[in-house]
Ligand binder design. Structure first.
Ligand SMILES: C[S@@+](CC[C@H](N)C(=O)[O-])C[C@H]1O[C@@H](n2cnc3c(N)ncnc32)[C@H](O)[C@@H]1O
Length: 246
């Protein structure tokens, strides 16, 4: 099933992406990064020196498990990540929204939730605790996190609240380890059904997926599954604007 069989997906996706970029650049209402720093009352040195000295935690990560965590050193340079996550928050219109409750899966260092928190939202991250740099960033940003490994066919833990938004950006919880095989439609179907239990009646879900090794983001079957549960699918962007429908 296709969301709109009469239009050329490539063209419509390009048009949607251009419109999103236009909205971002014209949008004067979003606080600048510097204002977000101030709102968070972070030390001045943090706002000025974009690269933090996390050498102790990043070298420990590399020493513990070079294959899985050494690549995370790039997150010590926080400025570009704050900028990226400012755009993510802006694209979800969180800067124009009344306070919401957000759950971010695979939250990493908490950049997205830090921005959302400073826009007045209530935030919770969920991630595996295996990257010391991320733990330090979360502490610095005062972003709370539940330590949990998402696994196929296993429900999320009880989180004590329902969420208006559940997000996941650039994460890879949908890989089997160590084979790196991707979840199929059965795994995603279970996962989406479970996410519903954690959403408010008008709750929304957004995934920013990582590409597959061949450059695609999902198989045609998975794309169909997302759409059948009510998602708008635009390349890596999967948005359940009206919740996950079953
Ligand atoms: C590339 S980082 C992205 C972090 C963050 N979402 C961002 O965009 O800055 C991927 C994150 O997904 C987390 N992750 C990977 N597999 C996971 C799983 N099975 N359950 C929970 N988190 C997972 C990793 O620990 C890591 O923090």
């Amino acid at each position: 099933m296709s969301p709109c069989p009469t239009r050329t997906p490539r063209h419509s996706e390009a048009a949607t992406a251009s419109w999103r970029l236009f909205r971002r650049t014209r949008d004067e209402t979003f606080p600048k990064n510097s204002e977000i720093y101030q709102a968070a009352d972070l030390p001045a040195w943090l706002a000025q020196s974009a690269t933090l000295d996390f050498s102790h935690s990043t070298s420990a990560d590399a020493g513990d498990n070079p294959n899985s965590t050494a690549g995370y050193v790039k997150y010590a340079n926080i400025e570009p990540w704050l900028r990226l996550n400012r755009e993510r928050a802006q694209d979800l219109k969180l800067h124009r929204s009344e306070p919401k409750r957000l759950l971010d899966l695979g939250c990493g260092g908490g950049f997205f939730l830090f921005i959302a928190k400073n826009l007045g939202h209530s935030v919770l991250g969920l991630d595996i605790e295996h990257v010391a740099l991320f733990t330090e960033l979360l502490e610095l940003f005062s972003v709370p996190r539940v330590v949990w490994r998402i696994s196929a066919f296993e429900p999320l833990p009880k989180l004590g609240q329902k969420f208006d938004w559940i997000t996941a950006f650039s994460t890879n919880f949908y890989l089997y380890h160590p084979s790196k095989e991707r979840w199929g439609t059965a795994e995603w179907d279970f996962f989406l059904g479970d996410l519903r239990q954690h959403l408010t009646p008008s709750g929304k879900v957004f995934f920013g997926l990582n590409p597959l090794y061949n450059g695609d983001y999902y198989t045609p079957e998975l794309r169909d599954l997302f759409i059948s549960h009510g998602a708008d699918v635009e390349r890596e962007r999967i948005l359940f604007e009206n919740g996950v429908q079953f």
